[in-house]
Design a protein around this ligand. Structure first.
Ligand SMILES: N[C@@H](CCC(=O)N[C@@H](CS)C(=O)NCC(=O)O)C(=O)O
Length: 229
């Protein structure tokens, strides 16, 4: 597709940025990727996203679109090829429900389980596994992709479970998605990673391990300092 002046401010290991890149690639939209240093934010980021000061930021011509899920919907509505959300309003509602559920109940807990120790880790781990149990039950009978027969919005929303979560499990010495206990989830995770667009657009795992080892220690010290203070 001809270039439409699309730019993406992202961060090399951000699952939120990757969602957007996967969507653009699935749709065949050309874009320029601009790597942001989230620890030393650029003037461009602060100017474009003064509210949250985070990535991803999508720039389409003169328009700036923020928040990964808002960006996914914008992309889906702007470039109609390879639709991400279902056409049917009820099916769309279901996809949005599970997207929200995973973001609220799984992402933060899994991150916290990786970064914490003791009771806090146990609590976060338990909550993460409970969230996967619910996703597993919902997936019963559709083990192709999280969204159904073909890759779609829900897969991009939950895609991090396939690649980031195993890294967090390794860094946090924990198990959240047990293959035997959660066969449907595991099948969807594997199919997602086998998709040609996805498998060509993932951050290097070894670099991720080093990054999250360091980051989880920094967060753990912050948590300890907050508790003391
Ligand atoms: N809810 C946001 C989350 C984005 C987010 O947390 N981005 C991180 C990178 S993984 C970031 O830019 N962090 C810098 C900061 O918050 O200061 C979305 O879905 O886009």
């Amino acid at each position: 597709m001809a270039s439409e002046n699309v730019k993406l401010l992202g961060f090399w290991v951000s699952p939120f940025s990757f969602r957007v890149e996967w969507a653009l690639k699935l749709k065949g939209v050309e874009y320029e990727y601009i790597e942001e240093d989230i620890f030393n934010k650029s003037h461009l980021l602060l100017e474009l996203n003064p509210v949250h000061k985070n990535v991803p930021v999508l720039i389409h011509g003169q328009k700036v679109i923020l928040e990964s899920f808002v960006i996914l919907e914008y992309i889906d509505e702007t470039w109609k090829q390879c639709p991400l959300l279902p056409q049917d309003p009820y099916q769309r509602a279901i996809v949005r429900f599970w997207t929200k559920f995973a973001e609220e109940k799984l992402l933060g807990n899994a991150w916290m389980a990786m970064c914490s120790e003791g009771d806090e880790k146990e609590r976060a781990l338990k909550a993460s596994i409970e969230a996967i149990e619910k996703i597993e039950a919902e997936l019963k009978g559709k083990t192709q992709f999280f969204g159904g027969e073909s890759i779609g919005y829900l897969d991009l929303a939950l895609g991090w479970i396939s690649y980031w979560l195993p890294v967090w499990e390794e860094v946090g010495s924990m198990k959240i998605v047990d293959q035997i206990q959660f066969p449907n989830t595991t099948a969807c995770m594997n199919n997602f990673l086998k998709h040609p667009v996805i498998k060509d657009k993932l951050p290097p795992r070894d670099k991720m391990i080093v990054y999250f080892e360091k980051r989880s220690k920094e967060i753990a010290s912050l948590i300890a300092a907050t508790r003391k203070g």
